[in-house]
Design a protein around this ligand. Sequence first.
Ligand SMILES: C[S@@+](CC[C@H](N)C(=O)[O-])C[C@H]1O[C@@H](n2cnc3c(N)ncnc32)[C@H](O)[C@@H]1O
Length: 251
Amino acid sequence: MRGSLARCPNGSDQAIGRTQAETIRGAERAIEPVAPVLHAFHLHAKFVPTTKMSRRKNPYAKPDHLTRAAKDAGFPARSVFKLEEIDRRTRLFRGGMRVLDLGAAPGSWSLYALTRIGLAGKLLAVDLEEMAAPLPPNAVFLRADVFAIEDDLAGRFAPYDVVLSDMAPKTTGNRPTDQARSFELFMRALAVAARLGAPGGSFVGKIFMSDDLPLARAELRRLYATERLIRPSGTRAVSTEIFAVGQGKHR
Ligand SMILES: C[S@@+](CC[C@H](N)C(=O)[O-])C[C@H]1O[C@@H](n2cnc3c(N)ncnc32)[C@H](O)[C@@H]1O
């Protein structure tokens, strides 16, 4: 059964496609076939925003080809292609790793990470909203606010080899407000990673570009041996988001 398209819990570029129950009914079964499908997709397709797309009144309103591709590969949201590209460029994951996914709903990043860490890995997913489907036994979902969650809960599988944050605020339309909230979410995720991340581990955090970006990057450089910015090709042309990646966490 093909599901209907739906927006991300916080209104950004997400879509619910093939129902998650169908996708990860017995998530172990879905784990193996999904990543090859994505890699095959990337061999044959590249996201090039067209002038027509950028002129569209609301580019989030209609499913684009990446939304449909994600759905066909069994992921609830097109965001999976962003993490796949970041992973390809930074070699983020290995089998057996422990991963903390902050801002995990509806679940594309968690599902992708699970395909990469395998059943020997562990993943804790955290979000204000529910995930679109149950996770496999080696993953746990916590419905919580990242500003309120205690380390003993968030640290369930710590120390984490990889801390992910695709968190985004509910946008207000007021750019400075949205940028400030995105900065706060990024810095909070980084603070969690500072406490619960494993030495040598990695961090990926989404942030809306603003004058605060250099501050965020400086903090990332303080905590990690290497720091870089990645704007995946699947990012919508209208979006100001970028991903800051730290690798080689200091002790
Ligand atoms: C872009 S969506 C994440 C998409 C997800 N990575 C995926 O691939 O399915 C951003 C998420 O951040 C979550 N979020 C925003 N503020 C949060 C907070 N304070 N604590 C936890 N989650 C938060 C939202 O609820 C939303 O689900």
